[in-house]
Design a protein around this ligand. Structure first.
Ligand SMILES: [Zn+2]
Length: 365
């Protein structure tokens, strides 16, 4: 599969469009049909949890597993991948709710977290007694992967029918920060510093190749299965002379890809970043900027106000100003700050204004 970075490299015109910040050009906007729909489960101030609904196969992805009581059982059952930044309680306490709802259902769920995460999941599971589990009709399986700073990963499996005894899985080394990948999307990871390892994530849709039926008609061409080959040739950036076989009932012919490009438009998929609980260090800034470069949307913590930078430093969190500066440096298109500390209750506007000012490059006084 070809992803955003490769597409931007392969299609210089697209790069121009994406460089035209801050707004998406009108000519491109109507063609965008994002597959990923993110929502902060507990708003900007509650426990971190970002629910990402996908438009394919009614599946959902969760970033962080804080309090999820407001999620309906139906929404929780749709989850199949959960990415946890670290195991501080406000990011992981929702595991019990998840477990309570899923026991008794046939389900496999993949969880990802930093070094030590397998042990955290194991301890959660072994806080309960499962002596009756072998007789359950359905199995619940957690496949847990932990990622070390070296990008070595270790996996383990916990199955209800085996009373959640830990079964070792395979180890691997992830390449280019790509933690998980399938044809529709991929998730990249960065190991950041929160005085403990803490993971930042970016989810990227695969590119969209849109075929325009009106333009096909102008070329005198039918719709049909051959369009799959056309889309593949476009995504793989085949040369202009690459022949495409157009099979129609009773006839077949070939046209060069160059002729057919008229009938398609290519848009990079949406990229969404999720970063929380990180110290404001030069190394963290560099890693985050690399991870969320050119994201369409960035969810980033802004735990402390700018005036409380000393406190932010002490707790290894970002300030509003740092969040805005990082997003600006990364060329992010839209910013959604969250994880405001409870000390700023009722002051969302102040916090948002500080983030906005830094994002816009304004100096604060
Ligand atoms: Zn934390």
């Amino acid at each position: 599969m070809l992803h955003r970075r490769a597409v931007i490299e392969a299609h210089p015109n697209l790069l121009k469009l994406y460089s035209a910040r801050p707004g998406m050009p009108d000519t491109l906007a109507p063609f965008m049909r994002p597959l990923l729909h993110p929502n902060l489960v507990n708003g900007r101030s509650g426990d971190p949890a970002l629910y990402v609904e996908t438009l394919f196969e009614k599946r959902a992805i969760l970033f962080d597993l804080g309090d999820i009581t407001v999620l309906s059982p139906r929404k929780i059952q749709r989850l199949d991948h959960i990415f946890v930044s670290h195991a501080h309680m406000d990011h992981f306490a929702g595991f019990d709710q998840l477990l309570r709802l899923l026991v008794g259902r046939e389900k496999t769920l993949r969880l990802y977290g930093p070094e030590g995460f397998i042990s955290h999941v194991g301890h959660k599971l072994h806080g309960y007694i499962w002596n009756l589990a072998a007789g359950y009709p359905c199995d619940l399986i957690f496949i847990v992967t932990e990622i070390a700073a070296s990008f070595e990963t270790r996996a383990a499996q916990f199955r209800l029918k085996r009373a959640f005894a830990e079964e070792p899985g395979r180890s691997r080394r992830i390449a280019d920060g790509v933690l998980y990948q399938e044809p529709s999307f991929r998730v990249c990871v960065s190991v950041l510093n929160h005085r403990i390892p803490c993971l930042g994530f970016a989810i990227e849709e695969a590119i969209h190749v849109n075929v325009w039926k009106t333009r096909l008609a102008e070329l005198g061409l039918p719709v049909g299965a051959w369009l799959r080959e056309l889309k593949r040739a476009v995504t793989e950036n085949m040369p202009d002379e690459h022949p495409i076989r157009i099979a129609t009932p009773g006839a077949a012919r070939e046209l060069p890809l160059a002729t057919l490009r008229y009938a398609v438009t290519v848009t990079a998929g949406q990229k969404i970043g999720y970063v929380t609980d990180v110290a404001d260090t030069a190394a963290n800034r560099q890693s985050i900027i690399r991870l969320v470069q050119n994201a369409d949307l960035l969810f980033i913590e802004a735990a402390f106000a700018e005036a409380d930078a000393a406190l932010a430093q002490e707790r290894a969190h970002l300030t509003t100003a740092a969040a805005g500066q990082i997003a600006r440096a990364a060329g992010v298109r839209r910013l959604e700050p969250f994880h405001f500390s409870p000390r700023y209750a009722g002051e969302d506007e102040r916090m948002l204004n500080e983030v906005r000012a830094a994002f816009a490059g304004q100096c604060s006084g």
